[in-house]
Design a protein around this ligand. Sequence first.
Ligand SMILES: [Zn+2]
Length: 378
Amino acid sequence: MAIAELSPAQACTRLAHGAVLIDVRQSHERAGGMAEGARGVALDELLADPAAHLPSQSQELLLICQSGKRSADAAQALLAAGYCNVASVSGGTVAWREQLLPLVQPLTDAAEQDFFDRYSRHLLLPQVGEAGQRRLQRARVLVLGAGGLGAPAAFYLAAAGVGQLRLVDHDRVERSNLQRQIVHTEASIGQAKVDSARERLLALNPTIKVEAVPLRVGAENIDGLLAGVDVVLDGSDNFPLRYLLNDACIRHGVPLVYAAIERFSGQVTVFDAGRQRGVAPCYRCLFPEPPDPAFAPSCAEAGVLGVLPGLAGVLQATEVLKLLLGIGEPLIGRLLRFDALSMQLRSSRFGPDPHCAVCAPAAPFPGYIDYAAFCRGG
Ligand SMILES: [Zn+2]
């Protein structure tokens, strides 16, 4: 049966004569303004149980959406369900607005309004949407290191609305950090990095929680730091810490987003061996032995192009968001390498080591070791 369509002006008149107007858009769409007099009931909720939202089957019903498409579909469905007096508003809220008919801001509290405004570009993505954004809001990410990798990564995770960031770093800000650690400023020199970063992240997004933990990470505190964490972002700059973090993440079944940089090149991958034993490899599967310290200079020794940790850190933040949202293909079992001078990215696959000391399927957790001695070759 053909759907009755009314212009916005006609709908306005019918509304004044007792018709019921339902805005069938999602709540984040309605947050931008809805036709005055309309009641908001999202399409899926409405169709799941029309009787819960609508007066009677003979009552005059008008449906409005963004452009008139969804409301026409909804009207069709309601007709089929026995509602005999249903019409759709042609052109939807867009036309309603263009014809200067009255709009109202739906009643939402300030925090809800902030949510819909702040994340409006995420809410438009079907892969994120309101459900995904709420998932980010409930998530907790451990960012280990508030330096070259942690700074850009934490910035974007905060902006994206990851609800709880636990930042761990025992260092203080030095002037030589500012060439790449953009979460800190001239004014934060001498301040604990985690405090400086916390201030900046909350200035960007005051709706999240940032825990600033000024600790040197070791086997004695890593279990506590991992408590309640959904994903770990490794922004560490030394091998003992990378091995410790790997072992702890396997023990606790938490995915680990890894990156390392050197001068003009970097590499990024995701380890998820704790949750996917024998399927996803770990850091030890990739690097069973630490490198000879003589061939693994730090940034302080070898230098690094300032934007390089930015590239790597933003790739890490991207992987964290994908893991939290459960979208796309995470870099599990793939090592992405990039070189800034030739600007080439390459990824290569690697698999789990069935004899890996820590992540082999039947291997019991061997306990934490003396990682400094292990990496010294001792
Ligand atoms: Zn392994």
